[in-house]
Every structure is written in C-alpha cells, then in structure tokens.
Design a protein around this ligand. Sequence first.
Ligand SMILES: NC(=O)c1ccc[n+]([C@@H]2O[C@H](COP(=O)([O-])OP(=O)(O)OC[C@H]3O[C@@H](n4cnc5c(N)ncnc54)[C@H](OP(=O)(O)O)[C@@H]3O)[C@@H](O)[C@H]2O)c1
Length: 280
Amino acid sequence: MNKRIPEKALNDGLKIPSIGFGTAWIKGAAGVEVLIHAMDAGYRLIDSAFNYENEGAVGQAIRKSSVPRDELVITSKLPGRHHAYKEALETIEESLFRAGLDYYDLYLIHWPNPITDRYVEAWQAMIEAKKRGYIRSIGVSNFLPEHNERLVQETGVAPSVNQIELHPYFDQTEQRAKDDKYGIVPESWSPLGRGHDMLNNEAIKGIAAAHSKTPTQVILRWHIQLGAIPIPRASSLAHQKENLDIFDFELSEAEMHILSGFNQPDGRLWNQDPAVYEEM
Ligand SMILES: NC(=O)c1ccc[n+]([C@@H]2O[C@H](COP(=O)([O-])OP(=O)(O)OC[C@H]3O[C@@H](n4cnc5c(N)ncnc54)[C@H](OP(=O)(O)O)[C@@H]3O)[C@@H](O)[C@H]2O)c1
C-alpha cells in the first residue's frame, strides 16, 4: 500500500486508503492515460461505476500500470435499473468482465431508488456476490439513514461504506452520525463541488495561505479530519499530485468550524435528494 496515504479500516476488516480518485467522465484511451498517471502519482483507491462506462478503461490502466493489482482498491457500482436479484448478480459479473478483473475490492449500490424500492433485493445480491468472491467489501452510495436502517433490519448486514455528496456546502452531519452507528465509513463524492466557486472562497483562501497550501488542499484536508474519504477527480497531473499532498498539515478546530460554516440545509449542488431522485 502507498506509504504516504494513511488507511482507514472498514467495518468488515478491509483497510482502504483515506483518499481516492474519482473517475466520472474519465474514459476511453485518454482516460486510461489519466488513470495510469493517477496510479503513478500515488492513488491506490479508484472509484468507477457501471454507469460511467469506464470499467474497461480502469481495467486497461491496471494492466498497463506498474502498480501490482493487490495494492489497488478498485470500486464499481451497481446501476439502478439492475436491482432485481438475478440481474444484480449478472451485472456484477458483467462489471468484472468489462474490467477484466477477477474481483472488485469495493462494490456499491449506486442509488437507492426508494420509489422503485428494490434496493433490499439488490443488497441480498451484493451479499451473495461477496460470498462468491466477486467482491471483497460491499457498500452503498446515496443511501439515506432510513435506507441503511432497513438493510440492517432485513439482512443483518451493514454496508461498509456510504458514498454521498459531501463538501463544505453540504457537510452531512446528521447522515454521518447515523451511519457511524453501524460503522459505515463516509466517502465524499464531488468533494470539491466539481470545481464550484468554493475554490475561490476568500475565507478558504486565507486558511490556505496560513498553511502555505491551496484552497483545494484545505478542502480535502477538511474531509480527512471529518473522517470522510474524499475521491476528487482530476485529469490534470498537477491537480492529481496537489490533491494527495494533504498529509503534512492539520486544520485547527476553528478552521474546521469555518469550513463547516458554509453548510446549508439545501446545499446539494445538483438537486439530487435520494429520497426522490432516482437514477437508472
Ligand atoms: N456516487 C455518486 O452518485 C457520485 C456522484 C458524483 C460523483 N461521484 C464520484 O465522485 C468523484 C468526484 O466528484 P466529481 O467528479 O463530481 O467532482 P470533484 O472531484 O468535486 O471536482 C472535479 C473537478 O475539480 C477540478 N480539480 C481537481 N483538483 C483540482 C485542483 N487541485 N485545483 C483546481 N481544480 C481541481 C477538476 O479539474 P481537472 O479535471 O481539470 O483536473 C475537475 O474539474 C467522481 O469523479 C465520481 O467518481 C459519485
């Protein structure tokens, strides 16, 4: 495992890096090069999804990279249209075939889609896929506390990870506290708000200057100190390196408070409330 990046232990015993690499829209031959650069830069936790249509690029980058497969933590996600038990298992198998992998380290249900309401069935398929050795650790994404509660009640198995929208404008305090009861580790999607104006925020710039860091590094450090695993995406190699250089400084309680102070109750940047938003 990469020495510079501390690890976090999940509730099933798997240890994963405390920062990962986001890959939405990173695909094709150009995407393979971006992914190889990211692994060379030091990323070992790689996020992907069936719906990003880039599991093939991820698999190709793994084969071309000099990083051994067993040092990598590769993630993919089950799409909403395949929650039915048999389809979910077949989709996980197709995910493996697309990437040319024997196993995923982490596999997540991408969205709960509670109106369609088949996520418990999908979770049962995930449990079976883990038993078959397809996946080392099973988790969820965008699951509200009531969805995780139901998974535990109906199957007795809690997810290891919940990948949720999390950034200073939406800090998910209540969700994180409720997930923590089951030892579910938060992963932050859009940790930089997808290059939102928060990178130009004057208060964040001031904190960055005080630490001789950039606003992006301050925001990523805030995620780390919250106990969340950020998965920033960066096609620029300079950004990739900058985003990993966050383990040699610490934000004070007051600085953490300033960043969390940007939180808004409706701080979701793309209006994707998992209670009503469904993604297939
Ligand atoms: N589970 C879900 O439903 C869900 C939803 C959304 C996203 N995700 C996952 O989360 C990952 C990250 O979220 P995201 O892709 O939405 O956005 P993000 O990581 O918040 O932001 C990515 C943007 O930030 C820029 N950036 C990165 N590092 C920078 C730096 N040091 N300085 C300035 N700009 C920088 C990137 O530019 P360059 O590319 O030019 O470097 C890119 O435009 C996704 O890629 C995906 O894997 C999951």
